[in-house]
Design a protein. Sequence first.
Length: 182
Amino acid sequence: MPALLLVLLTAACAGPPGPAQDATNAKGIASPGDSIKLTGAGEFTTGDTSAIVYDRKLAPEGSQASVTVESSGGQTRTSLVVEGLLPNRRYGSHLHANPCGKKPEAAGPHFQHHAGQINPSSEVWLDFTTDAEGAGRSSSRNEWTLTRAKLPGSLVIHADPTVTSGPKVGDAGARVACLTLK
């Protein structure tokens, strides 16, 4: 019993682990005045990795998208607009760690502000439903800022909406298309 009490008291004094921070200055803290803006846009093709299609059935010829990520003042705001996708269909979409490549897995895993945390507070989830013309939009606001030391590399559109609970939380199916962020 005394050993258990000692463990509990030690854990209580230590407190929960804090979120991981990226070093952006000598103290490792992002400056509140820093502003970062990333964009990606284009018509999805098979030859250009700045806007590339992996599944032409779910992103038909002529489909396109644009994404803007703006980070400042303790917040990151992300906006996505798509056109020409399948009508009246739900898609998942997330920021990913790496730029797009010829193969879907080149974009790497989901970008996570807090490493190992799979949720919409740590990741940027932009699921959307297209209208009768195949257009859709989504936006997200996260209560953290990006740092130059750790930026997302792309936005990936997935075949399915994001799973929000259970053992497959964060999964959104196959990768349909990708926009490289610049």
